[in-house]
Design a protein around this ligand. Structure first.
Ligand SMILES: Cc1cc2nc3c(=O)[nH]c(=O)nc-3n(C[C@H](O)[C@H](O)[C@H](O)COP(=O)(O)OP(=O)(O)OC[C@H]3O[C@@H](n4cnc5c(N)ncnc54)[C@H](O)[C@@H]3O)c2cc1C
Length: 177
């Protein structure tokens, strides 16, 4: 393994959800060179993706907030998903993270190169880019999964079943306020 002597490290962050935004802010404050890869077209992760009516965070709003970025605007003790999304968008704007986020950039694979001591980040479109540090994201919360149900013919692209009425998913609501 041959580390690159003296060169500034390049960081890749996968996902612009709560965790990725925090990592980006901290790297920016340290003057680091980073790129956030976000497969969607907006930041927010869980709070962008899930929008069923009544979606509310079970952690008190003032605790579900970056410690360095308090938010006096919370409307209630427990914030709605829509409010949390608004909060994250305000934080991203305040810290100027937006230009460092590549939207529509889905990371499909990471490949470690022992010779250069770098990761190759591979994107869905076939693009490849080398980074020294990668902060991956599992996105466990926002994969739309429809478990098979007895009597149901639900398919991932078909929110309605033929025989058993409505099949739904938290990301398919009209909006959570
Ligand atoms: C319906 C629901 C309700 C929840 N309620 C609560 C709650 O009440 N209290 C609580 O504490 N937590 C709750 N959570 C958990 C919540 O997800 C976490 O609190 C937090 O939002 C996770 O942030 P994250 O950045 O780690 O991940 P996420 O919010 O999942 O963000 C990940 C981001 O990475 C992107 N991404 C994923 N894979 C790739 C890829 N391969 N390439 C590029 N981009 C990628 C996604 O598009 C997304 O924007 C809830 C989750 C769900 C789904």
């Amino acid at each position: 393994m041959m580390a690159r002597q003296g060169a500034a490290l390049r960081y890749a962050i996968v996902g612009a959800g709560m965790a990725g935004i925090l990592a980006a802010i901290k790297l920016r404050q340290n003057g680091e060179d980073f790129t956030v890869f976000e497969k969607a077209d907006r930041i927010g992760g869980t709070w962008r993706e899930n929008r069923y009516p009544g979606l509310t965070c079970d952690v008190p709003a003032h605790a579900y907030t970056y410690s360095f970025e308090p938010y006096p605007e919370w409307q209630a003790f427990y914030a709605t998903g829509g409010e949390i999304q608004t909060y994250f968008e305000a934080v991203v704007a305040k810290y100027g993270i937006g230009p460092a986020i590549r939207f529509g950039a889905e990371v499909t694979a990471l490949d470690w190169n022992e010779a250069t001591a770098q990761w190759t980040v591979m994107l869905a479109g076939g693009e490849r880019e080398a980074f020294d540090v990668v902060m991956p994201r599992r996105a466990c919360c926002i994969i739309r999964a429809f478990p098979p149900c007895r009597g149901s013919t639900a398919l991932p692209d078909r929110p309605f079943t033929r025989r058993s009425g409505l099949t739904t998913h938290p990301s398919m609501g009209p909006g959570s306020g």
